[in-house]
Every structure is written in structure tokens, then in C-alpha cells.
Design a protein around this ligand. Structure first.
Ligand code: NAD
Length: 149
């Protein structure tokens, strides 16, 4: 898929990084599906985006009329199935291998095969083999266990 074919972006996690990433994509004209596990986390993320847009208005970085347009591009959801419409995905869930692995696996089963899933991880290797080579408790298992890929 080429960059100009990307119209809708899904952001997984509406926390510190996720709401900032969603904000930037929406400001840049993309439709954004913002997914978190509970409505209260989405509400908090959307509130932060609203406040940050207000700050941009005060600094004359955007027109006041633009706020509603940008917010209108954001679709907060708890239902993971809603990300099926995404052309590009960024995950910004907590830095725990078991959460990353579950989220990436779930997303992989929903998205079209050509859709890229980017990770905001600060320390976890995104090699498929490494993601697989962790047990349920988050402990690393032998190199052999995941096979080579
Ligand atoms: N905060 C930073 O300064 C910073 C900087 C660089 C990279 N990162 C990385 O960004 C990622 C996110 O960090 P953060 O600080 O935004 O975390 P955060 O805790 O602020 O937000 C994580 C959000 O993910 C949500 N979440 C949990 N499970 C989920 C799931 N299955 N699906 C969707 N959402 C889910 C949580 O409810 C929470 O709202 C981590 O990998 C972190 O290492 C953070």
C-alpha cells in the first residue's frame, strides 16, 4: 500500500502517547479510529486532545473553527473490530510484552493483509520471532521455541 492510499489510521491505546499520535494524525487530515479498552480511557484521551487543540488555538497555530473539524475526524472505540477500516495502525499500549503480543495478534486477525502495524515501543523488539518467544507471564523462552522467521 502506498502512503497516499492511507486515509484512515487506527491508534491502539489512548494514553500519553496514543492521544498525542491520534491528535497529530487528525490534525493532518486523516480519519482516526482511537481504540482503548474502556470508555473512561477514551474520554480522558479525547479531553486531552481537546485541551491541546485549545492550546494550539491560543498560540494561533490553528483557527478556532478547525477544532471541531479535527475532533470530528476522531472515532473513539472500545470494540477492536472497528479497526477493520484502518489503512495504517500505530500501537501505543503499555510497555508489556504480553499486552503487545495480545494486541498485535488480535489486530493481525482483523486488518487487511497489506496494512502496516507500527509500534511505539521504547524497548521491545518487534521481530516476529521475539514477540513469539515470550511466555504468558512475559518471561523470555529459548531461542529455538519460536522457530526461525
Ligand atoms: N510516555 C512516554 O514518554 C513514551 C515515550 C516513548 C515511547 N513510549 C511507549 O509508548 C507506548 C505507550 O506508552 P504510554 O506512555 O502512552 O502508556 P499509557 O499507559 O499512558 O497508555 C497506554 C494506554 O493503552 C491502553 N491499553 C491497554 N491495553 C490495551 C489494549 N489491549 N488495546 C488498546 N489499548 C490498551 C491503556 O488503557 C492506556 O490508556 C509504550 O510502549 C511506551 O514504552 C512512551
Amino acid at each position: 500500500m502506498s502512503v497516499d492510499q492511507i486515509k484512515t489510521v487506527a491508534v491502539l491505546g489512548a494514553g500519553t502517547m496514543g492521544n498525542g499520535i491520534a491528535h497529530v494524525f487528525a490534525r493532518s487530515g486523516y480519519k482516526v479510529i482511537l481504540r482503548d479498552v474502556e470508555r473512561r480511557f477514551l474520554d480522558r484521551g479525547m479531553e486531552t486532545i481537546g485541551k491541546n487543540l485549545d492550546r494550539e488555538i491560543k498560540k494561533a497555530k490553528i483557527a478556532e473553527t478547525e477544532k471541531g473539524i479535527v475532533l470530528g475526524r476522531l472515532q473513539p472505540v472500545t470494540d477492536m473490530a472497528a479497526i477493520a477500516a484502518a489503512d495504517f495502525v500505530v500501537e501505543a499500549v503499555p510497555e508489556k510484552i504480553e499486552i503487545k503480543r495480545a494486541v498485535l495478534g488480535e489486530a493481525d486477525g482483523i486488518l487487511r493483509p497489506e496494512v502496516i502495524i507500527a509500534s511505539n515501543t521504547s524497548s521491545i523488539s518487534m521481530e516476529r520471532r521475539d514477540i513469539r518467544n515470550y511466555d504468558e507471564a512475559g518471561g523470555k523462552v529459548g531461542e529455538e521455541a519460536g522457530g526461525g522467521e
